[in-house]
Structures are given as structure tokens and as C-alpha cells.
Design a protein around this ligand. Structure first.
Ligand SMILES: *[C@@H]1O[C@H](CO)[C@@H](O)[C@H](O)[C@H]1NC(C)=O
Ligand SMILES: *[C@@H]1O[C@H](CO)[C@@H](O)[C@H](O)[C@H]1NC(C)=O
Ligand SMILES: *[C@@H]1O[C@H](CO)[C@@H](O)[C@H](O)[C@H]1NC(C)=O
Ligand SMILES: *[C@@H]1O[C@H](CO)[C@@H](O)[C@H](O)[C@H]1NC(C)=O
Length: 529
């Protein structure tokens, strides 16, 4: 055995030297071989000869046996090259992966000695760029822009769902037509990555939508789910936009061969935690583009959303019952609210976002149909708005209850915005709504450094008689009128709006009542929510 070992060690060293003499061979290898190793321990392949290895596992995980899985691209790391060791030394090339290339010893016992140059196991591949990869193409997706690839996506998901931190790959350069899909837990392993580099096109055949669905691509009940990449989700909503608002109470007739009345949100996350959406573009949704409902821990950044200014109800991002949400470095251009924050949201942080065209960033409408609404701790800062209808807005329906509290709008640059600052406790999307006494209370809203140009009114605070707005503070407001032919300019408006002017405003907003409304006890979440 001894001489055999020496020869083996020598051969090992030789191979490793060759492998490590340049970076590129390592790259090439890593692309082919690295993706199946995740679930095995670093030493799995070394032990293979002893029969301890889970040798079958790679096949199972690939779903397609020996097809080489695509390597997970890693846009966030500097280089997709070989698993980096911190030192940058060639050490990472010492790998169990190379072992199969060696002349196989007739007996496994040769592996019993600790192989000196191999390891260390603690310098494995960058974990963020590894994982079992399930490409939709390997599951039969054509990506020809015509064939319905829904089943292939479902199959890829079903396989990925079983493997922790696996990757579903939608490769670049292809266009996949898919109908409604639910990528759903709750029995999926955590931390699945959906690497979207190609284009996903919504099914435009009427049949795909049945009598109408609320969402097209849905991710539900997952722990740790990320969508990243350079790809596009195209809702092809043009067909739907010709229809009127489904929220409109007036029923109307849906013609045959036309899209159903209920329009789907393009991408929706429900009941999930640790959700990331980054890099991708979502265009032309028939309705809302991206929605988070009942999620905790959401990170959205470097995202682009766009649909025409005239496309109805095409919100950019819609948040509901979600907590700990961060949205930043994102461009939103659409036909409705760039971001809409609904009831049950708290701890929302939005910054470095461009909005426009669109209706601005809104909290609400809250309290519709006499419901209770609670929204707290929202920060919107370092945002630019261009040619939007509203800037930063809080809107509540008459008749609701609950509380909006702890809101900060800071460093908002507006340009040709119709009305940059709005609180409207009489929100109504029809010509008239029934007068009702109760209201969702609004308290603690800071506006600081809201600057730029408006085309209708600088600020509009319409608060309810029964529940006046309180603790509205204004600092560094500088808004200049811009005369455009189609609009009439108005002065600031206030009704039952109370708070403080920390600095003089341009124009003067003298209608804000300084101090607290009579009989106003300090409103708190505990009282009303
Ligand atoms: C969140 O999810 C990502 C991948 O989706 C994962 O890498 C990360 O560890 C998760 N973080 C937490 C705190 O669970
Ligand atoms: C989105 O819709 C508009 C209006 O129909 C169209 O001009 C544009 O090309 C569409 N964008 C994409 C990427 O399909
Ligand atoms: C909002 O922030 C305040 C102050 O930081 C904190 O006391 C409160 O618990 C937060 N509320 C929610 C619902 O996160
Ligand atoms: C609601 O009240 C306002 C102000 O008091 C009044 O002008 C309006 O006519 C009322 N609307 C309805 C539908 O009763």
C-alpha cells in the first residue's frame, strides 16, 4: 500500500499543479462541476471510495441525472470565477472534484490517509454563488416566445423546492411564455433563488386566465426567497387596459374573447419571510406590477418597473400587511401609484427611488367599507418625482377606523408634480361618496425638504372633523408653481390640520393650525390599533 500511496500523492500533486497553473481551467471546471456539491459535506467526494458518499444524491438533485446543471451566476460577487479563497491563492483548486479524474485506485483504502495538499474544507466555494441549479430549459422549456412553458416552470420549481438554497434558472437570451403559476411553499426548503436572466412573457390567450385571477406569478409561504438577475417579467397588459377599473362598483358586460374583468398582479409574494427582489425589470402588467402581502423582511433594490402613464391601475409596488420592508435604488414609472402602502404595514423604509410618471407614493386608500386600518413607521426619503399626479400622499376613506402614525417624508425632489403634499381623509374614487363621521386617524407626519415645482397645488391637507390630523410638521418646504396650460393653480389648502411649522415654507402654508386639536389626547397604536 505504501508505494501505491506515494504514487497517488504524487499524481494528485501533479494534477493539482496543472489545474492551478492558470485561473481559467479552474473556471471552466467550476462551471461544470460545482453545482451538485452543495448538499454533501466538503469531504463527501473524498470519501466516495469508502462507500460513505451519498453518490446518488447528485442525480436526484439535478432532476435530470447527468445533464450538467447551469452554474448559478453570481452578479453580486466580483467574479464568477473559481470559488474564491480569501487569500486568492490557488488552494481552492485543491478539490475533491478533481479526484474522479485521477486513475482510480483499485481499493478504497488509499484514501484513508489525510491527503496533505487537499483542503482546507473551510475554504469552500463562495456559498452565495453555489447551489443545485434547476434550469427551466432542462425541464423542457422552449423559450421561443411562443410555446407555453408553464409546465416546465412548474416542474423546475417542484424540483428546486426539495433542495435547500437551490436555484431555479431562467436563462438569458430566451423568452418564455407562461400562464398563471403559483410557486408555493409551505413545504419547500428555505432560501431558494430564482435566477431570472431571460424574459418571461404573460400568456395572452384568454383561456389561460379562466374567469379571472388576481395574480400571474405568485410566490407563497416561503422562507428566504430571492428573485434576482437581469431578466424581464412582461405582463403584456395592453389587452387588459382597454377595460375599466374592476374596483368600480358599476358592473359591466365582459365580451367573449376578451380578457376577464379581474386583472392579475404580475408578481406577488404572499405569507413569506426574507424576500429579496433585485436586478430585474417588470413591464406592462395588466394591473399592479409587484405586490407583497403578509410578508416580513422584504428587500427590493435595483429594480425597474415600467408601464405607460395611461395604463389604468398599474401600481408599481403594492405593500399590504407587511413589515420590515426596504425598497431602494429603484425606478418606477407606471399608470398608478409608484408605491402604495396599505393596511397592516409598519417599518417600511423607501429611499433613492425615482417615481414618474405615475400617481406618486401613497399610503392608502385606507378604511374603505368601514374597515380598520393601521399603518406605522414609514420613511420615504431621497426620492425624486417627475410629472406625477401626487407626490407623497396619505388617503383614507370616510367611515374607517384605526391609525396612520409615525410617517416621515424627507428629501423629496418634485418636478412638475400636480400636488406634491396630500393628506386626504375624504378619499373617494367616484364623483361622490357617502358622508360618514368616523375616520382612520392620521397623526405624526413629518415633511422635510420637499422641493421643486408643482402644477396645481403645493399642499392639500383635508382632514376629518371628527378626527383632525395632528402632529403634522413642515421643515424646509420650497415649492414653486409651474404654469401649464391644462391646470389652474391653487393655494395650499388645510381643513382640520394641526401641527408645527419648523421653518418658513415657500409658499407660506399659513392654513396649518399650530398646536394640537382641542380635546386631542396623544394618539397611540395601543388606543386605536
Ligand atoms: C435570507 O435569504 C437568503 C437567500 O434567499 C439567505 O441567503 C439568507 O441567509 C437569509 N437570511 C436570513 C436572515 O434568513
Ligand atoms: C409596453 O407597452 C407599451 C404600450 O403598449 C409599448 O409601447 C411597449 O413597447 C411595451 N413594452 C414592452 C417591453 O413590451
Ligand atoms: C414604531 O416606531 C416606534 C419608535 O421607534 C416604536 O416604539 C414602535 O414600536 C414602532 N411600531 C411598530 C408597529 O413597529
Ligand atoms: C358631505 O358633506 C359635505 C360638507 O358638509 C357637503 O358639502 C356634501 O354635500 C355632503 N355630501 C353628501 C353626499 O351628503
Amino acid at each position: 500500500m505504501r508505494p501505491g500511496l506515494k504514487v497517488l500523492t504524487f499524481l494528485l500533486l501533479l494534477v493539482l499543479l496543472v489545474m492551478c497553473s492558470g485561473v481559467h481551467p479552474c473556471d471552466a471546471r467550476s462551471g461544470k462541476r460545482w453545482s451538485w456539491r452543495r448538499s454533501g459535506s466538503p469531504s463527501t467526494s473524498l470519501l466516495r471510495g469508502k462507500g460513505k458518499a451519498k453518490s446518488g444524491s447528485s442525480h436526484k438533485q439535478n432532476g435530470k441525472g447527468n445533464q450538467s446543471p447551469h452554474q448559478r451566476p453570481s452578479p453580486s460577487t466580483s467574479s464568477p470565477a473559481a470559488p474564491a479563497s480569501p487569500s486568492g491563492s490557488p488552494a481552492p483548486c485543491n478539490n475533491g472534484t478533481q479526484v474522479p479524474a485521477m486513475p482510480a485506485p483499485s481499493s478504497g483504502s488509499g484514501y484513508a490517509l489525510p491527503p496533505p495538499p487537499l483542503r482546507p474544507p473551510s475554504t469552500p466555494a463562495a456559498p452565495s454563488s453555489q447551489g443545485t441549479v434547476f434550469s427551466v430549459v432542462d425541464f423542457g422549456a422552449k423559450g421561443d416566445g411562443v410555446t407555453d412553458d408553464t409546465q416546465a416552470f412548474e416542474a423546475a420549481w417542484a424540483a428546486a423546492c426539495k433542495v435547500e438554497a437551490s436555484t431555479v434558472l431562467v436563462p438569458s437570451g430566451l423568452e418564455f411564455v407562461v400562464g398563471p403559476i403559483s410557486f408555493s411553499g409551505p413545504y419547500c426548503k428555505p432560501n431558494i433563488l430564482f435566477q431570472l436572466d431571460g424574459t418571461i412573457l404573460a400568456q395572452t390567450s384568454v383561456r389561460a386566465w379562466g374567469s379571472g385571477l388576481l395574480q400571474w406569478l405568485e410566490f407563497t409561504k416561503l422562507t428566504g426567497i430571492a428573485i434576482q438577475g437581469t431578466g424581464v417579467i412582461n405582463g403584456r397588459g395592453q389587452e387588459w387596459w382597454t377595460y375599466s377599473d374592476p374596483n368600480d362598483d358599476d358592473a359591466y358586460y365582459v365580451e367573449l374573447d376578451k380578457m376577464p374583468q379581474v386583472k392579475p398582479t404580475a408578481l406577488r409574494f404572499y405569507g413569506s419571510s426574507n424576500v429579496t427582489v433585485t436586478g430585474i425589470t417588470i413591464v406592462n402588467s395588466s394591473q399592479c406590477h409587484l405586490k407583497f402581502d403578509s410578508c416580513q423582511g422584504v428587500m427590493v433594490h435595483d429594480l425597474t418597473i415600467s408601464s405607460p402613464e395611461t395604463s389604468p391601475n398599474t401600481d408599481g409596488i403594492h405593500l399590504q400587511n407587511s413589515k420590515e420592508v426596504n425598497i431602494h435604488h429603484t425606478n418606477l414609472a407606471c399608470g398608478d401609484d409608484c408605491i402604495s402602502i396599505q393596511t397592516g404595514c409598519s417599518d417600511i423604509n423607501i429611499h433613492n427611488v425615482n417615481c414618474g410618471p405615475g400617481h406618486g407614493i401613497s399610503i392608502g386608500g385606507l378604511g374603505r367599507y368601514n374597515t380598520k386600518a393601521c399603518v406605522s413607521n414609514i420613511t420615504v426619503r431621497d426620492v425624486t418625482m417627475s410629472k406625477t399626479m401626487a407626490g407623497v400622499r396619505i388617503k383614507t376613506w370616510q367611515g374607517g377606523s384605526g391609525l396612520v402614525r409615525g410617517i416621515r417624508f424627507s428629501n423629496i425632489q418634485v418636478s412638475e408634480v400636480q400636488t406634491p403634499i396630500i393628506i386626504d381623509q375624504f378619499y373617494c374614487d367616484k364623483t361622490t361618496c357617502r358622508n360618514q363621521t368616523s375616520a382612520v386617524a392620521v397623526s405624526g407626519v413629518q415633511y422635510e425638504n420637499i422641493r421643486g415645482t408643482f402644477t396645481i397645488k403645493p399642499a392639500h391637507f383635508a382632514c376629518s372633523d371628527s378626527s383632525p390630523c395632528s402632529e403634522i410638521t413642515l421643515t424646509g418646504i420650497q415649492l414653486k408653481p409651474l404654469v401649464v396650460p391644462q391646470y389652474h393653480l391653487y393655494n395650499p389648502f388645510c381643513w382640520q390640520a394641526f401641527g408645527e411649522l419648523y421653518t418658513p415654507t415657500v409658499p407660506p402654508i399659513s392654513c396649518l393650525q399650530i398646536g394640537k386639536p382641542a380635546g386631542n389626547s396623544v394618539l397611540s397604536d395601543g388606543d386605536l390599533c
